[in-house]
Structures are given as structure tokens and as C-alpha cells.
Write a protein that binds this ligand. Structure first.
Ligand SMILES: Cc1cc2nc3c(=O)[nH]c(=O)nc-3n(C[C@H](O)[C@H](O)[C@H](O)COP(=O)(O)OP(=O)(O)OC[C@H]3O[C@@H](n4cnc5c(N)ncnc54)[C@H](O)[C@@H]3O)c2cc1C
Length: 459
């Protein structure tokens, strides 16, 4: 039987960021368990060409930089801050485990270990190699870092059937199988599908040989408005755009169009109204490249992939023998409903500030270390579910802005946020001479109260 203060279920980015902050802010002991053999969560199963879609500068754990904050010199993201590859993210989290967590002498990690349940301060975990069940005495809390577990192509089950003889592959197998096919059908309307299409184009595939199943269209956030550090004015400017659009919009569609007009949001096909928003980022050159693919299948969701045909909810398309069907339909971000984060002896990690998963997990570690009362902790950490639609986006922005005001009223939290590398506005206080940042901050302040009042009416 083991004993620990905190048992963290899931050693993905969230569990690690929480544990890192807690260890730095308290003298607690932490045991992390994960069904996967190694730390890093979904990144361990990511396709080989995946990159962070945000800059590395504000991703990972608080105590250790990811990458070197370099500016990308060429390609479709030239001029932006570097984005780590999936392999770099995994290597980084291994370093985090060894150097930032285990070296404290207060943290342990058990891979290939599944959490089963807990009652009265005793948790049960199963060692997956042996099947053995072990009890763990948890003196303080169970931290559920899998509540918003990501769903990725390598491990999800598609919602459609696939004939065993169909030429079909999850996105991760694209590099090894693409050479055997002349045409491709990519299933999915989100970031993974965009990555797959960009990979195919970069591999020299004629855009006319790619068919793209997009049951609905997505609003993408322009990466230009998410650049930190020396370019932090870009982020403030984007936030000011959000607030200004929110303050004046007639409805949610109008808000999105206002954001499109100022270059904050982008869509692949200007003739179709997007009904999906997930906070996914693209650069303008990536969007332009993707717009070369004109063969878009809009017949609803795929129901069945056959040997020579795809059946969709509103029709069918043929797939000749030399066509590879590529699955990019995993949901990515979780759809778990919001629940209170601090309940009895359990902490359920969830989103607070939108589009900042590791910042949120680390801040929850800080709050856990510095506040005693569960009601007070929940007041400071209201859950903010991930968005799926533009309407959700409006609600999500509002929740973030209201919560940020609470944080501003708490000196220690405000200070932690200002200095945290995971805060996308990190270092702003030292850039008082940045005229563009100052102007954007002023514009945000002018509009945010009106947006907070208006958006709930629209949403
Ligand atoms: C392809 C992709 C790209 C992304 N890119 C970015 C980005 O650029 N920037 C950004 O900020 N966010 C990004 N995200 C958002 C992403 O959700 C977070 O970055 C983060 O990696 C999620 O980590 P997590 O720990 O919350 O979840 P996960 O990585 O899913 O980890 C949860 C872990 O819990 C474990 N687990 C589940 N149940 C049990 C159990 N019973 N017992 C033991 N272990 C269990 C799982 O094995 C898993 O390892 C991306 C997401 C995806 C899918």
C-alpha cells in the first residue's frame, strides 16, 4: 500500500502542469498515475507531423520553458513564435517529470497504471502489466486530470463503419501509406483534417486529387493574433477585437463576421456560414493553401466507408480503388459538461480561461496550495466548458472575462498570473513602452464591460 497527499489521475499536460505548480507552491507529495506507459497524454499517440497550434512559449508546465522562444524563419508560419512538434512535446514532458517533479523527492509517476475508484481516502489502482490492484492512502485529494481527456485519431473509434477491405487509414498512418495511392478522401472538418491536407499538399499531391469531407464549416482563429512576448500586442489586439465585436454585435453570426472583417477569425469557404468553433488556429498562408482544395463533400456525416463508396447522411460518393480514405474525425477537445472543480476530496481539472489548458491546470495547482475553503476555491475557479459552436464561443469569452476580473481582485493570484510563463500575456508589465499594446489594452478596457453585458443576451 502506498501513501500520498495527492493522487493525480492522468499524466498528460494538465496533470503535469497541476503537479508542477502544486509542488512549487506547497510541501505536498504527489503520485501521478496513467494508463499510458509514459507521461504526455495524447501527445504520445499523435500523428508524426503534428505541431502545437499555439506557440511553445506559453505551453507546458510553469517551471520549465518549452523550446527557445525562437521566431520561425520560413514557411507558412514565418515570423511567428516556434511551435513544438509532438515528439518535442513528449521529450519535454519526460524532462519535466525527471527534472522538475521527481527531483523534488516528493513526486512519483506510475505508468501503465489505471485508476479504479476511491472511498474514504483510499484509492484503488490497477497495475496493467500484472493486473495487480493496489490501495493508495490519499491524505488530501484525488485530482482527476482525465475529466477533459482528449480524443485523438490513433485511439478513438470512428462513429462510422469501415469495410475491412476498404483502403482506410487513421491520420497517423498517412505518411507510410500515402505513396501507394493517387487520390485521397479526408474525413473531418477540424484541425487534424487541416493538418492532413497540408501534409498531402506539401508532399506534392495535386489539390484536385484530394476530396475533403466537411459536414460543417469551422471558424479558425488567425494565429497572427496569438503571438506572445515581443509580439504580445497581437494578443491584446485580438482580445480587444473580441470585446469590441461582443459589445456591438446584433447576434452571434454578426459577431463572427465582425471578427472576420478585422482578420481575427477566418474560414475556408466564404460562401458557407460556419457552425463550428473550437479555438483552432491557422495562419493566413495555411488557410490560403487549404483553399486550393475545391472538392469539398458536404453531404453530412459519414456513416459507412465501403470498398468503393462512402455513404453519408445525405448521400454517397464513389471512391475508386486507388483512393485512400483518411480518418481525421476524432473530436480532440472533450465535451464533458462543466461541474464544480473542488468537491469534497476531489479536484476535477477543467478549463477556466479559454484556450489555455496548461495555464488553467497550473493555476488550479496554485489555488489548491493557497486557499483552504472549497467554496472560495470554486468561486475563484468556475469551470468554462470548451466551445463547439460560435454560440458557445460567445459564452466562453464572457466566462473568461468575468473570471479574470475575480483574479484581478486577489493580489497573490494576480502576481502569479503576471509572472507565469503559461500566461499568454506574460511579460506585459515590463512592456509599458509598447504603444501598440497600450492602445489595444485601452480598447479592450473600453469594450469588455459592454461585451459582458451583451453576449449572454446573444448566446
Ligand atoms: C491534436 C491536439 C493538439 C493540441 N494542440 C494544442 C496546442 O497547441 N496548444 C494548447 O494549448 N492546447 C492544445 N491542445 C489541447 C490539449 O487538449 C492540451 O494541450 C493537453 O495536451 C491536454 O492534456 P490533458 O492532460 O488535459 O489530456 P490528455 O492528454 O488526454 O491526458 C489525459 C490522460 O489521462 C489518462 N487516463 C485516463 N483515464 C485514466 C485512468 N482511469 N487511469 C489512469 N490514467 C487515465 C490518459 O491515459 C491520458 O494520458 C491540443 C489537443 C489536441 C488533441
Amino acid at each position: 500500500m502506498s501513501i500520498t497527499d495527492y493522487l493525480v489521475i492522468g499524466a498528460g499536460a494538465s496533470g503535469l502542469a497541476f503537479a508542477d505548480a502544486l509542488l512549487h507552491e506547497s510541501d505536498a507529495e504527489v503520485l501521478l498515475v496513467d494508463r499510458r506507459a509514459e507521461v504526455g497524454g495524447h501527445w504520445r499517440d499523435a500523428y508524426s507531423f503534428v505541431l502545437l497550434h499555439t506557440p511553445s512559449a506559453y505551453y507546458g508546465v510553469n517551471s520549465l520553458r518549452l523550446g527557445r522562444n525562437r521566431i520561425i524563419e520560413s514557411g507558412r508560419n514565418a515570423g511567428f513564435y516556434e511551435q513544438a512538434t509532438g515528439a518535442e512535446v513528449c521529450a519535454y514532458f519526460e524532462t519535466v517529470l525527471a527534472r522538475q517533479l521527481q527531483s523534488s523527492g516528493r513526486a512519483q509517476f506510475l505508468g501503465r497504471t489505471g485508476f479504479l475508484d476511491h472511498h474514504d481516502g483510499i484509492a484503488r489502482i490497477r497495475h496493467l502489466e500484472t493486473g495487480e490492484v493496489e490501495e493508495v492512502v490519499v491524505r488530501r485529494r484525488i485530482v482527476d486530470a482525465r475529466y477533459q481527456e482528449a480524443s485523438v485519431p490513433a485511439t478513438h473509434t470512428p462513429s462510422y463503419t469501415v469495410d475491412p477491405d476498404a483502403a482506410f487509414a487513421p491520420v497517423g498512418m498517412l505518411p507510410e501509406r500515402a505513396g501507394d495511392y493517387r487520390e485521397f478522401i479526408v474525413i473531418g472538418a477540424g484541425k487534424t483534417a487541416a493538418d492532413a491536407c497540408l501534409w498531402l499538399l506539401d508532399a506534392g499531391t495535386d489539390p484536385d486529387r484530394i476530396r475533403w469531407v466537411r459536414p460543417r464549416e469551422m471558424w479558425f482563429t488567425n494565429r497572427a493574433g496569438m503571438q506572445p512576448l515581443e509580439q504580445v500586442a497581437s494578443i491584446l489586439n485580438g482580445l480587444a477585437d473580441d470585446a469590441e465585436a461582443g459589445a456591438h454585435a446584433r447576434d452571434v453570426v454578426d459577431m463572427c463576421h465582425r471578427l472576420e472583417d478585422v482578420g481575427r477569425l477566418m474560414r475556408l469557404d466564404p460562401s458557407v456560414e460556419p457552425t463550428m468553433y473550437r479555438g483552432t488556429m491557422l495562419s493566413r498562408p495555411e488557410l490560403t493553401a487549404l483553399q486550393q482544395i475545391g472538392n469539398v463533400i458536404r453531404l453530412g456525416h459519414v456513416e459507412a466507408v465501403g470498398v468503393d463508396r462512402l455513404r453519408l447522411t445525405a448521400g454517397g460518393v464513389t471512391a475508386a480503388r486507388h483512393t485512400l480514405v483518411v480518418d481525421c474525425s476524432a473530436r480532440g477537445l472533450s465535451a464533458s459538461p462543466p461541474v464544480p472543480i473542488f468537491v469534497d476530496n476531489t479536484i476535477r481539472l477543467q478549463q477556466l480561461r479559454h484556450n489555455s489548458p496548461t495555464f488553467n491546470a497550473a493555476l488550479l495547482g496554485f489555488i489548491e496550495a493557497h486557499r483552504d475553503d472549497a467554496a472560495e476555491k470554486n468561486r475563484l475557479a468556475p469551470p468554462n466548458p470548451y466551445a463547439n459552436t460560435p454560440r458557445d464561443m460567445a459564452s466562453m469569452f464572457t466566462r473568461t472575462w468575468v473570471t479574470e476580473r475575480l483574479w484581478q481582485g486577489e493580489a497573490d493570484i494576480r502576481h502569479w498570473i503576471e509572472q507565469s510563463r503559461l500566461n499568454l500575456l506574460c511579460g506585459l508589465a515590463e512592456r509599458t513602452g509598447d504603444v501598440a499594446a497600450k492602445a489595444a489594452a485601452g480598447r479592450f478596457t473600453n469594450h469588455v464591460a459592454d461585451a459582458i453585458a451583451r453576449l449572454p443576451q446573444l448566446a
